[in-house]
Design a protein around this ligand. Structure first.
Ligand code: IMP
Length: 192
């Protein structure tokens, strides 16, 4: 079975991606490798950050790996927080602080349209491959649900009556930005 390092320390992401990959591919986590440090992500694009994270881990461990980067683009905020979604409320801020800031910025805005975008960079034998996924939806005016992570409680995907944080992981994966990007990654990995 082929093995890939998943270049993230976010346990929710590992869980989501493992579920989507099924039993066909073995994922090695950074935790299993004893790597606890943050991976640098200093680019101003999702693609650049995904590449930077994947290259960092590939250089360090010399094994096939992939990394993803995700951003929430809100139309009424000119695409913010976008690539800065993790640090929207400041360096080292919590998911809760980011949501508070987003809801505050969105106060009184009638256009609630938003979109989650994910880019995955896979490095296999030193070669880079990219996979993308997008999920369109809208920003709520308050939190709904306790599952998931990040902005999940305030994002309702188009065509659904509940937020990502009210869905179980299987449901979220089927339609989410990362789920769709992982689907494209899996198609590539299973071609071999
Ligand atoms: P990352 O750089 O890919 O970890 O994503 C940046 C930020 O986007 C995270 O810190 C979360 O706040 C948010 N984010 C990423 N993926 C999701 C998701 O699936 N649901 C909600 N928020 C997410």
């Amino acid at each position: 079975m082929k093995e890939y390092i998943i270049a993230t320390n976010n346990k929710h992401k590992v869980e989501e991606i493992s579920l989507a990959l099924g039993d066909s591919i073995k994922l090695v986590t950074l935790r299993e490798l004893g790597h606890k440090k943050d991976i640098p992500e200093t680019s101003d694009t999702l693609k650049g950050n995904a590449q930077q994270k994947a290259q960092y881990i590939y250089t360090k461990f010399g094994k096939d790996c992939f990394a993803d980067d995700t951003g929430l683009e809100v139309e009424a905020l000119n695409g913010e927080p976008g690539v800065y979604s993790a640090r929207y409320a400041g360096d080292r801020c919590s998911f809760e602080e980011n949501i508070d800031k987003l809801l505050e910025e969105m106060t009184g805005k009638t256009n609630r349209k938003a979109s989650f975008k994910t880019v995955i960079c896979l490095i296999e034998d030193g070669k880079e491959f990219y996979f993308e996924g997008e999920c369109k939806g809208s920003i709520t005016t308050e939190r709904y649900g306790k599952k998931g992570f990040g902005y999940d409680p305030v994002f309702i995907p188009n065509g659904y009556g509940e937020s990502f944080a009210e869905m179980n992981l299987g449901e979220k994966n089927k339609i989410s930005h990362r789920g769709l990007a992982v689907e494209n990654l899996v198609k590539h990995l299973l071609k071999k």
